[in-house]
Design a protein around this ligand. Structure first.
Ligand code: FE
Ligand code: ZN
Ligand code: FE
Length: 166
């Protein structure tokens, strides 16, 4: 059974561990998404987000180090579900442009889930007086937001139109 969480300090660490595992799952999923993407701009934006994700993990590692605790111990079942759904919809798409549209939809769910998670973690950091951590978490939330906006631009720029019946 999971450990009991008694206060906001512990909830903060728990939330960070969950985010850490979520990012690890994304690092595993992104190469497959890069591989599956048909459009070069979509491939490129997934590649860029993989680099960004590594830096986000470094940022979390730094927080764990300063808190003198471990990043291990949590499985993010929310991210597991989002990635499973993404896999499913990717396999169902029989056309390359429809698959790109589906990949974008799946990726945007991931970004929004992360934005929510980092927003919560940032609020805890602030409540606990960890201004520096709050800033770092805010930077990550901002990067997830930028990734989300970029995906909207790609979808609305050409993919959705190309995925329609010709
Ligand atoms: Fe991330
Ligand atoms: Zn989670
Ligand atoms: Fe992300």
């Amino acid at each position: 059974m999971a450990d009991k969480v008694k206060n906001l300090d512990e909830l903060f660490v728990d939330t960070l561990k969950d985010l850490y595992d979520a990012e690890q799952q994304i690092v595993k999923a992104l190469p497959k998404m890069i591989d599956q993407a048909n459009s070069s701009d979509l491939k490129q934006s997934f590649k860029e987000h993989l680099d960004v994700t590594h830096r986000q993990i470094d940022r979390l590692d730094q927080i764990f180090k300063e808190l003198k605790t471990t990043s291990k111990g949590k499985r993010c079942v929310g991210m597991e579900g989002l990635i499973k759904e993404g896999d499913e919809v990717m396999k169902e798409a029989a056309d390359p442009m429809v698959r790109d549209a589906a990949l974008i939809g799946a990726a945007q769910k991931v970004e929004h889930y992360e934005i929510a998670g980092y927003g919560t973690a940032r609020a805890y950091a602030q409540a606990l007086g960890h201004q520096n951590f709050a800033k770092m978490l805010d930077q990550t939330a901002d990067e997830e937001g930028q990734a989300d906006k970029k995906l909207t631009m790609i979808a609305e720029g050409h993919i959705n139109a190309k995925a329609k019946t010709k």
